[in-house]
Design a protein around this ligand. Sequence first.
Ligand code: CA
Length: 646
Amino acid sequence: MKGLIEMMLYEDCCYEGRGLGFTYSKEETRFRVWAPMAEEVLLMLYLNGDAECSEIVAAYFMAEDVGGTWTVVVEGDCKGLFYTYRVTNNGISAEAADPYAKAAGVNGDRSAVVDLAKTNPDGWEQDTKPVMLQTQDAVIYELHIRDLAMDKQSGIRNKGKYLEFLEDGTKGPGGVTTGIDHLKELGVTHVHLLPVYDFASIDEKHPENNCFNWGYDPKNYNVPEGSYSTDPYQPETRIYEFKRMVQALHKNNIGVIFDAVFGHVFDAGTSLFQKIVPGYFFRMNEDGTYCNGSGCGNEMASERKMVRKYIVDSVKFWAEEYHIDGFRFDQMGLLDIQTMVEVKEALEKIDGSMILFGEGWDMGGLPEDIKAIQAFTPQMPGIGFYNDHIRDSIKGPFNVLEEHGFVDGKQGAELEIMKGVTGSIFYNGILKDYNSEPGQSINYAANHDNNTLWDKLSAANPDASVSELVRMHKLANAIVFTSQGVPYLHAGEEFLRTKGGDFNSYKAPDSVNALDWSRKAEYYEVYNYYKGLIELRKANPAFRLPDTDAIGNNLLFISSPKNTVAFIISFGQVNSWKNTLVIYNANKTAAAVEVPMAEWNTVADGSNAGTKPFKREKTGNVVIDPISALVACTNEDIEIQPTFVH
Ligand code: CA
């Protein structure tokens, strides 16, 4: 295989052009596949998209063409036909779906010819994306399609389907809003959908089994998942319904972030990539086994030219064809910096306000200095990274259940929280951290991985009362929503989501994963608090400072007791406050903090959060309730004595 990869360095084995996959017209369809090592390639045409149906319409020998590609033109209207490539490498023939397939039959084993122009819903040309000036203005909500609706009490008819987002007016227990109305009411700006490309783990033929999977097992990168459509057998249906979902979210001013999982595939050995170009798409160990930094049995070799092109082409396709507003890269540390930079450049040309972030964990088999990881944020401007530092300092390590974080009593956690408050940026005080701009910090307390925030806090504090746990939970996200960077909420966190302690629910049933809407009714006060935090953040630009200089110049920490963090942001703009005071108190007792003398207007405390002041007080000394956050604003000019001393 080494010889092959060396060979790929020569331009004549790489294909830079367009038209990989099929190019359709009523008169003819051209197929093109990159298979530089192949001895023979056949195009197989089928009437049926189900790989279990064997009847073939026709088979065509494809001809070798430029850059290691093979091509054939089939005359007549091919719309409605399914196809595969039968590729012979080293005397071994294998049949594979098209890596550049834009549509597929049930379970994705056969690609489909469709006329994409005919898959657009009415009004698609007028579809407009939510306007966003900077990444920090986003409020991201991480959601699995099934989770939104599978609860029997969700009031949603198209449960677990793309179309669930089209249903407005849905109500749950106690008359609470559910579905898209809930998202709108909560005030999030973007949903990050767990994988919606075609993945392997769900049998699309048997929706009645109600199987659940997160979907981190890619099969067809450029095709929507079939099980979320109302008819996975009709290739156009999932495309059309996916677009209707995007359109519905856009109409409600909510952007869509796509989960891009290019670090690994479901199974490398049987993947279409391996069948078409053996040994090229995956990193191999010297003993011929697959590298496994992903923990999923393989690693995509993003550093190779045609793999990189594949990744860039794929995100461009989703952005253009499906009007996607952002991409979240799973296991981004498996990919190389150059690939991520090229992804960023390509997306920027399509939409300047595209959100791009990922899991910049240090993992996988690439040389250390080219990995797309947190340590190299300056080399990846405009790309965000999950901030596990703020996550773990808020609630304790994700993998040690009983250990505490700042909100549930860990001592000495103040400095880490302070770093998180600044967006973990390079900072000229003692808070020097790793991000080169605040938009690179994706701030969160929990996501789909590991325990939910509620389950983690409950497990670590078995003796705490429910009201105490609620206070910790609210404080955790008060920190997230008042920190610089981009806030990110795990769906249902706003009503204390629980998975009953399941820390890896990737294939657990809906009974574990689905949002339990009765909790929204039960903890409506908590929900309102979260809604208020979002409202407050969106109304006050002090929480969304544009760059590191603005943070360095305008955000000052002030002296406060142990297990508290206090700071003032002086970033007044028209219609907002000149100075914003924020204090977090993780103590189980009230705390007093000396603040500059002024009339302070409280907009958030442990019980309430929003934009309207509910308490006004001229004071130089603020008392904060146990385990709570306080946000107060003033329009007076004040003199601040900054300090880092604790
Ligand atoms: Ca699938």
